[in-house]
Design a protein. Structure first.
Length: 196
């Protein structure tokens, strides 16, 4: 059994990935947020009715690909014909060519949620393509966008800017709890007279 320690995962942080499964014999890829609470399992919340969820529950095997670029998420959503795939070594699921890292997993547990199914999966093999892996997390991008938006407060007005900053903080708290981005956004809202 392999572990997730080869990846710079922070407990409780949600990372943007591409989940790869087979639909019959055809590779299927879709973006999903994943996290770990213990570096033993990867956790996913999957929406009811998604093809990926159906594939995962049918085969109980999947590959989570950590993309090298955000554009891979766009391709998975809107231009899947641009993606190319290989074969996983330990599970029956495709791997995503060009990924910074991949984790081959088997479903350990699944449970219904309000909107779908929570899946907990155990790694069979973790592969890092080379060098240092930078994982995609929305917190830094949201902090950057918030800083730009805050500079427009005088022109756009508090009614337009503060709700957007508050929403960005809500998302950052979800995807990167106790991060420097959360602290900075909290301070930014406080400095602008809003209650974070």
């Amino acid at each position: 059994m392999d572990t997730l320690h080869a990846l710079p995962l922070r407990k409780g942080w949600i990372y943007e990935t591409v989940v790869c499964t087979f639909s019959g014999d055809t590779p299927h890829a879709a973006p999903f947020g994943v996290w770990t609470d213990d570096h033993t399992t990867l956790e996913l919340d999957m929406y009811e009715g998604s093809e990926t969820l159906a594939n995962v529950l049918a085969s109980r095997e999947l590959v989570v690909a950590f993309p090298a670029a955000v554009t891979t998420l766009f391709e998975a959503l809107f231009a899947p014909q641009r993606l190319s795939f290989g074969h996983a070594a330990t599970v029956r699921a495709p791997t995503l060519d060009g990924a910074a890292a991949t984790v081959e997993l088997v479903v350990h547990d699944s449970a219904p949620t309000e909107d779908g199914t929570h899946v907990s999966a155990l790694p069979r093999r973790t592969h890092v393509a080379g060098g240092e892996v930078t994982l995609l997390n929305r917190a830094e991008g949201l902090l950057l966008e918030s800083l730009v938006l805050a500079t427009r407060l005088e022109n756009l007005g508090a009614a337009a800017v503060l709700p957007a900053l508050a929403e960005n903080l809500r998302v950052v708290r979800k995807v990167a709890p106790a991060s420097a981005a959360e602290a900075a956004l909290t301070e930014l809202l406080s400095r602008r007279g809003a209650r974070p």
